[in-house]
Design a protein around this ligand. Structure first.
Ligand code: XUL
Length: 522
């Protein structure tokens, strides 16, 4: 029975998913939670405390310890790692790990001692900035200036210089701690760092995750000389070569064979970012089917044929691990904004759905919200606080059902307007994340997009599942269609658009655009 392992090193946990491709079954789905299981690292939510709220760093040794804890725990519980025929992985995107010359020799690990201790002397920077860090605004401006403007950075890399992206983060380190930067021999992403550990080799960065650095020439699949130069000195030497995601990068390191019982010679496929891996785990590698993940922040992504870029600079283009490219937009105001409305009116999820489906109608009787409870990145709204327009009761926060509909309609329309640059008609949307349970939210989304919405049964960690499926495809040669049939089947309940609401939403989209312009000058 061929089994494939997918590891997801995410913000707050490390997950292992193992698929048995013949049986069509997930045979392992286990996680280590950083806050609960490794409290000594003082990263209860995946990052270290910092007096500057814009700075979010983690401890890279935490991720290594989590890997050993997870593999050891599963083995103790009787899981047999020797059956694994291929390994791949996924990592929170954009985060970076800084290593000195000793890193290259340390990779022939000694199985007698913990790996974190062996890697500690190899860090040229003790902490790793992660995707939640937004402290590099100055560096973004400097990179754009040095590279010939924002539009040029977008044209080459698929995104404008973005605070959380790796290039601006590297620049900040090079400016703030020159000696430590000079001692840095290798900079890894979370994904390529974890791949290096499991394969005991200096792993390459894949196109999927590499595209989130503001350094990769998307069309050429190479580091871009101009962007490297605009970012930091001697940067090319410090980065491993970018490769297609299906590249086999080595075999499981001997120490994992000794310690945990993996079979010697088990192939390891390049690791990728969590969003590219989710695209696979959600069975959405073909253009036309988008994925919407309704979580703390909402992300919307879809496979694309050509690397089309967002002229407004809010969207991103990453590599699709199955070949080609994918778009991604990230909205900061997701679940927390929906929950803020619920809390204001003491609603639970059922009452929230009822308010939308039974007590209000498409277009909300002219009531409209600009739903930015927190500062937003899509579009760029720096001033936090929702804005309400419509009847007196609605504007005074005295109409609960209208407020419930307003937040959901506004988020759906904002998403539709800011994904239009992708240029591909969205025929179907696969939804995941906590709020995907709420039929009220889904119905509005289906109506606004004029697309069918599907939920997936099975594994909830689509990034870890996607990594396992990538291993099954890249190492085992299993066809994507067969894998998706077995592991990414949709629920029978489909949410279909109510076409009679289309006109109301066209009108609302126009009003929303006008209000954005009037209120924020966008
Ligand atoms: C995407 C992004 C996040 C992280 C979360 O650009 O920053 O989705 O990948 O892990």
């Amino acid at each position: 029975m061929p089994q494939y392992l997918g590891l997801d090193s995410s913000t707050q946990s490390l997950t292992a998913v193992v698929v048995d491709t013949d049986a069509g079954k997930v045979v392992l789905n286990e996680s280590v939670n950083f806050g609960r299981d490794l409290p000594q690292y003082q990263c209860p939510n995946g990052f270290l405390a910092n007096p500057d709220p814009l700075v979010k760093h983690s401890d890279p040794l935490l991720w290594v310890d989590a890997l050993e804890l997870l593999l050891g725990r599963c083995r103790q519980q009787g899981f047999d790692w020797s059956k694994i025929r291929g390994i791949s992985g996924s990592g929170q995107q954009h985060g970076s790990v800084y290593l000195n010359e000793r890193f290259f020799e340390s990779l022939s690990f000694d199985p007698a001692t913990p790996l974190a201790g062996q890697l500690k002397p190899c860090l040229s920077r003790l902490t790793a900035p992660i995707w939640m860090d937004s402290s590099t605004n100055a560096e973004c401006v400097e990179i754009a200036q040095a590279a010939g403007g924002v539009a040029e950075v977008v044209r080459i890399s698929g995104s404008r210089p973005i605070e959380r992206f790796t290039g601006p983060q590297i620049r900040k380190f090079a400016k703030e701690d020159r000696p430590a930067y000079a001692k840095t021999a290798r900079i890894h992403l979370v994904s390529s760092f974890m791949a290096s550990v499991i394969a005991g080799t200096d792993a390459p960065i894949d196109f999927g995750d590499g595209a989130g650095m503001n350094l990769l020439d998307l069309a050429a699949g190479e580091w871009n000389g101009k962007l490297l130069l605009a970012t930091a000195p001697k940067l090319r030497d410090k980065l491993s070569t970018p490769v297609p995601s299906h590249t086999q990068i080595g075999e499981v390191a001997a120490c994992f064979v000794k310690k945990y019982g993996f079979s010697a010679g088990t192939p390891v496929l390049a690791f990728s970012g969590d969003n590219p891996c989710s695209l696979v785990g959600m069975g959405a590698i073909q253009p036309g089917t988008a994925v919407l993940s309704l979580g703390t922040s909402d992300t919307f992504f879809a496979a694309m044929r050509k690397p089309v870029t967002d002229p407004k600079g809010y969207g991103h283009v990453f590599g699709n691990p199955a070949g080609g490219f994918m778009s991604l937009i990230c909205l900061k105001n997701g679940s927390l904004a929906r929950e803020a409305v619920m809390k204001k009116f003491g609603l639970d999820w059922d009452a929230f759905a009822k308010a939308i489906l039974e007590q209000t109608e498409a277009g909300n009787g002219g009531n409209l919200m600009l739903p930015f409870f927190e500062a937003e990145i899509t579009p760029l709204v720096l001033k936090a606080g929702p804005q309400l327009f419509g009847t007196a009761a609605f504007v005074a926060w005295r109409n609960g059902p209208a407020a419930a509909r307003a937040i959901v309609e506004a988020q759906a329309i904002n998403l539709k307007l800011h994904s239009a640059w992708i240029g591909e008609k969205t025929k179907a949307i696969r939804v995941t994340g906590g709020a995907s349970k709420n039929v009220g939210i889904l119905q509005v989304l289906a109506d606004v997009f004029g697309a069918k919405l599907f939920r997936l049964g099975g594994v909830t960690n689509s990034a870890a599942l996607g990594a396992a499926l990538r291993a099954a495809n890249g190492v085992g040669g299993a066809a994507w269609e067969v894998l998706f049939d077995r592991f990414a089947a949709t629920d029978p309940q489909v949410i279909s658009p109510n076409r009679s609401n289309a006109k109301a939403y066209e009108k609302l989209a126009k009003e929303f655009t006008a209000r954005l312009k009037d209120t924020y000058g966008l």
